[in-house]
Structures are given as structure tokens and as C-alpha cells.
Ligand binder design. Structure first.
Ligand SMILES: Nc1ncnc2c1ncn2[C@@H]1O[C@H](COP(=O)(O)OP(=O)(O)OP(=O)(O)O)[C@@H](O)[C@H]1O
Ligand SMILES: [Mg+2]
Length: 273
């Protein structure tokens, strides 16, 4: 019997610290909370953030005796081979092996990429059914997408990253796959609505048709995201585990933002439903 192919959700960009791992963890747990089977793969071979986040979660799960949803998770180990080509091949085989060994009923694979251009990251982008690119609320992050005229929002030149996504898009079309759904979302939005905030919003709205991504609402800047990591928890767990004190109004608002983000991904329905 042929294995059902899982749906690939890739978190990527070529800029460090924009929230890929934080968002990947929250989206992964949102999917798991819906009773969907998924695996999380960390391709950030040096920082291993989401892998460590998942390990913290496993520890928390053992400690508190409440069933926290726990996706399968893996990290691809960095090859120590001297030859760059051989190291790339070894890492590619390790990734392929993980994918081949996924349980048959795995519906989604969430892959967290590093904030720089690596061979594995490029491979992951080529696998993406949905690619999620978080950017911070600044025009500096626009360079990640392309060189944009500040007044007209015309794209003067695509960035290397956008070109790489474009190549992945072409490969999918040649392979007869559904078009890639590229989502750009803002993260760490300031709660104060500023002129900059509005300008970034306008520019992304204008840019989405030109570079062919969907611009969807993102998450605000909230200290809670930093506090959750060592506990392996997400916003979605806080009702079950009251380790953060009383639920605050800001946490309810944060959960609503997350729900909106996940809904706007338009992920495929459960198989057979
Ligand atoms: N919405 C948010 N509010 C406040 N802090 C946040 C938010 N999102 C992420 N952070 C914090 O910002 C830092 C960077 O986030 P994260 O590690 O998720 O980014 P990344 O894109 O995965 O980084 P890298 O490129 O280095 O892998 C972390 O300390 C994280 O806790
Ligand atoms: Mg990361």
C-alpha cells in the first residue's frame, strides 16, 4: 500500500531571531491539539531551538502528569565530514531517513529552518506545501523579501531569499504539485499603533501580489513567549498548566491572535473527512 504523503509546513527566512521557532512550536501544538498527527523536524543544526523546546515539553509532561500533546520530534545532526559535498549528502540522507521512517498516519511535517541559507534549508523549502516567513515589524526586514522603493513600494529587485522561494515554486509546478502557499506574517508587533506599524502594513499589502505571498496577521510582542520556552509550554497549554499565575487578559488576546494565524493557514482537512 502506498504511503500517504504528509503535508509540509516550513518555517523559514534568512534572518535570525524573527520568531520562526516560536511560531513553529505554537503552530505545531495547535495542530496536535486538533488531534492531528504530526512530526516536527529541526534543521537548525547549531541552535536546535525547537528540538530543545520539545525536550523541555517532554520533561514537563513527565513532571506534571497532565497529558500535554506531544508531537514526534527530531533534529538532524550536523555532519562532521571535512568535504562540504559529503557533509551535505550525509545530512540530506539523514533527513530523508527521518522522512521515510515517519509513521504512516503522519498528516503534517513541521520543519523549522535556521536563519541562514543552508543546504538542508534549501531542500526543506523545495518540500514546502506551506512556507511561513515571519518578519519583525521593521523596514529592515523588508530586505529579506526584496529591495523595495520606500514611497511607491515598487520592487526594484528580489532578494536572494525570494528568488530561492521562486525556484521552489517553479520546481513544484514542474513536478505537477499544487502551488506553494507562501505566507508572510509579522511577529513581535508593537502594541502601540505607530506610523511605522501602518507603513509596514501598507507595504506588505502592496507587496503580496508582486512577490506572490499571502500576508496574514501575526503575533504581538509579549514577554510570555520568552517565558514559555524553558517550560516547553505554549499559550495553548496554559489552561491545563497554571504555572504562570492567573490567566491574564493579554494571554487571552494572545491566544486569539494565534488562533487567527492558524485559521488563516487554510491547512488541509483531516483525511477522510
Ligand atoms: N511575539 C513575541 N513576543 C516576544 N518575544 C518573542 C516573540 N516571538 C519570539 N520572541 C522571542 O524572540 C527571540 C527569537 O525568537 P525565535 O528563536 O523564535 O526566532 P528564530 O527566527 O527562530 O531565530 P533563529 O533565526 O535564530 O532561529 C526568542 O527569545 C523568542 O522568545
Ligand atoms: Mg529558530
Amino acid at each position: 500500500m502506498s504511503k500517504n504523503k504528509p503535508y509540509f509546513i516550513i518555517f523559514g527566512n534568512e534572518k535570525g531571531g524573527t520568531g520562526k521557532s516560536t511560531l513553529a512550536m505554537h503552530v505545531a501544538i495547535s495542530i496536535a491539539e486538533q488531534g492531528r498527527k504530526l512530526a516536527v523536524i529541526d534543521l537548525d543544526l547549531r541552535q536546535k531551538s525547537i528540538f530543545r523546546y520539545m525536550e523541555n515539553r517532554q520533561e514537563m509532561n513527565n513532571k506534571i502528569g497532565i497529558e500535554l500533546s506531544q508531537p514526534d520530534f527530531f533534529v538532524i545532526e550536523q555532519s562532521l565530514l571535512d568535504s562540504k559535498k559529503e557533509a551535505q549528502q550525509a545530512e540530506q540522507s539523514a533527513l530523508q531517513q527521518q522522512l521515510d521512517n515517519l509513521p504512516e498516519d503522519t498528516e503534517f511535517v513541521v520543519i523549522d529552518c535556521p536563519g541562514n541559507n543552508t543546504y538542508l534549508s534549501r531542500l526543506a523549502h523545495a518540500l514546502a506545501d506551506t512556507l511561513i516567513t515571519p518578519i519583525n515589524d521593521s523596514f529592515i526586514d523588508f530586505d529579506l523579501l526584496g529591495e523595495v522603493d520606500a514611497d511607491s513600494h515598487e520592487v526594484n529587485r528580489l532578494s536572494h531569499y525570494s528568488e530561492m522561494v521562486w525556484e521552489s515554486r517553479k520546481l513544484r509546478l514542474v513536478g505537477g504539485k499544487k502551488p506553494l502557499d507562501w505566507i508572510v506574517t509579522r511577529n513581535r508587533l508593537s502594541s502601540l499603533s505607530s506610523r511605522n506599524n501602518q507603513k509596514v502594513h501598507n507595504a506588505l499589502t502592496a507587496l503580496q501580489k508582486k512577490i506572490m505571498f499571502r500576508y496574514v496577521p501575526g503575533l504581538s510582542e509579549r514577554v510570555i513567549y520568552r517565558e514559555l520556552f524553558p517550560k516547553g509550554l505554549t499559550l495553548l497549554d496554559m489552561k491545563k498548566v497554571d504555572t504562570m499565575g492567573k490567566t491574564q487578559a493579554s494571554h487571552i488576546a494572545a491566544r486569539a491572535e494565534l488562533r487567527n494565524l492558524v485559521e488563516s493557514l487554510n491547512l488541509p482537512e483531516k483525511r477522510g473527512s
